[in-house]
Design a protein around this ligand. Structure first.
Ligand code: TAP
Length: 482
């Protein structure tokens, strides 16, 4: 079959037993390519080769490992325009966001290149005489990485880069909705001077190859980003083998807007946070918790900024909001719009399917008011360009509503009061807190993760990533008498 992209297994590009078509969500007539689907025997080949390659990689000199990561990162940054366009073509985010994602993904590699040389342990004297203790970290072995479609290159890179930096082999199962970005990153990694089998790409559906990967006793750690429901299945599979794992899941992030907020800052943060990447962000501001005395003005201004957003083809000049990623996602969003009406929300603007010149999965971003925090639209992750304003009487109620959720990835507050900002920062029940900033938008050199049903296991990113990708060894050394 022409235009077929293969899996990368045990150092070779190999066909699968079937393939899938990759369709551009901005224009469903545009077929980006065909992508091989790995079978279980190929997954086994990848797992077996990774066990041997990992031993060689862990014994490879630090400077060589550092150089490999640096080259990957530099190439990604240098090619961010080209690869960003490919990412936007298959995922649907506006091309500036696609380029930004590739550049950021490159930064994860250059950051972890430096981490290769920052691996130091602890020493101690034993409580027994003439014995010294050395505490160091060693690689886990083979790491399974299972990533989502919404940030196909960034989420994978913030896992692959530390996994390799700390001496592990990788088996990567990307989302089937975004295989082109996965192949592009794999091509860059594959041409490096690394042992055959150290890095493997196994494309295929989550329920078949993803599940088989999570269940394999040959995997020593699993890093998963995706939905809560699939996260539970990964946790179950990992627990059966006592495999170390980490989950980054969904959320229902609140952005609190207080009566003393700078309204321009509030509207900019809420608009970008709610509708950036078409609302398909785990950090999206899907609940806007607004003080009653500023509510009407805020809603007016939000209505203007939301209606002004230009929805269009991800690669076209001037597009601010691309299509949603798939027909399935669009259907789900439209169902949530109907539910919002049934639950008693008023639709200020948006929420309808759009027919543009190119056939695609387009939807006008929606602003909802009149909702309360018990409604399903305010409790379930929508992953849609939809945001609901919840009116509150005072700061105490705002904090209580913000924390009244099963999730806990990011919380934000817009206020000019230092005391409210400080109190919120300390009492928000989330892994990340934003003050006078959108809920979306984080750095790469500090930990990222959530609480409650948003995350499980060690934090990702920054130096905290070593908690998943390494294991501690304590050695006792008796050197005898000189
Ligand atoms: P999921 O449907 O959960 O899929 C995530 C990944 O898991 C995909 O690669 C998927 O493969 C695979 N998968 C599905 N079923 C599996 C199984 N039984 N065993 C192993 N792997 C399986 O999520 P999604 O729709 O791609 O992404 C959206 C979700 O990700 C949202 O809930 C969002 O909040 C969350 N997300 C969270 C974060 C952070 S950092 N917290 C960041 C981005 C996204 P296929 O899709 O190919 O079948």
């Amino acid at each position: 079959m022409s235009n077929l992209s293969n899996n990368f297994i045990a150092g070779d590009w190999v066909k699968g037993s079937s393939s899938i078509s990759n369709i551009n969500p901005s224009d469903t007539n545009d077929v980006i390519g065909e992508y091989a689907q790995a079978n279980n025997a190929q997954l086994e080949d990848a797992l077996n080769s990774s066990q041997i390659a990992q031993k060689h990689w862990a014994a490879t000199g630090l400077e060589q490992r550092q150089a490999v990561l640096m080259k990957i990162g530099e190439e990604m940054m240098a090619r961010s325009a080209e690869l960003g366009e490919l990412l936007s073509r298959e995922e649907g985010k506006p091309v500036a966001e696609g380029k930004g994602e590739i550049y950021r993904a490159g930064q994860f590699f250059t950051y972890y290149a430096a981490e290769v040389l920052r691996q130091s342990g602890d020493t101690a004297d034993s409580v027994r005489p003439n014995i010294e203790i050395d505490v160091r970290r060693e690689a886990m072995g083979t790491v399974a990485i299972i990533s989502p479609w919404n940030f196909p290159t960034a989420t994978a890179s913030w896992k692959i880069a530390p996994a390799l930096a700390f001496g592990n082999a990788v088996i990567w199962k990307p989302a089937n909705l975004t295989p082109a970005s996965a192949v592009a990153l794999t091509e860059i990694i594959a041409k490096q001077d690394i042992p055959k089998g150290l890095f493997n790409l196994v494309m295929g559906s989550g329920s078949s190859i993803g599940q088989a990967l999570a269940e394999s006793p040959k995997v020593h750690a699993i890093s998963f980003t995706g939905s809560y429901d699939v996260g539970l299945q990964i946790a179950g599979a990992a627990a059966k083998n006592l495999t170390k794992f980490q989950l980054e899941l969904g959320s229902k992030n609140p952005l609190v807007v207080m009566d003393d907020a700078d309204i321009d800052v509030a509207v900019a943060a809420a608009t970008g946070g709610a509708f950036g990447s078409t609302g398909q962000k785990c950090t999206a501001s899907s609940r806007l918790v607004v003080h009653a005395s500023i509510h009407d003005e805020f809603v007016d201004r939000m209505s203007q900024s939301t209606s002004a957003l230009k929805v269009g083809h991800a690669l076209h000049e001037g597009t601010q909001i691309g299509p949603v990623a798939s027909q399935q996602q669009l259907d789900s969003n439209l169902k949530y719009m109907s539910l919002a009406k049934e639950e008693g929300c008023e639709i200020v603007c948006g929420g309808e399917k759009l027919e543009l010149d190119n056939p695609g999965f387009y939807m006008q971003p929606a602003l909802l008011v009149g909702g309360n925090n018990t409604m399903r639209v305010n409790r379930e992750e929508l992953f849609a360009p939809m945001s609901c304003v919840i009116k509150v009487a005072d700061y105490d109620e705002a904090l209580s509503v913000a924390n009244d959720t099963d999730f806990g990835l990011v919380s934000g507050i817009i206020t000019q009061s230092l005391s409210r900002a400080s109190h919120f920062r300390r009492n928000a029940e989330s892994g990340c807190v934003m003050v006078n900033l959108p809920t979306a938008g984080t750095d790469y050199h500090v930990p990222f993760g959530g609480r409650k049903n948003s995350s499980f296991g060690p934090r990702e990113q920054g130096s905290y990533a070593k908690e998943l990708y390494t294991q501690v060894k304590t050695s006792y050394i008796s050197s005898g008498n000189p």
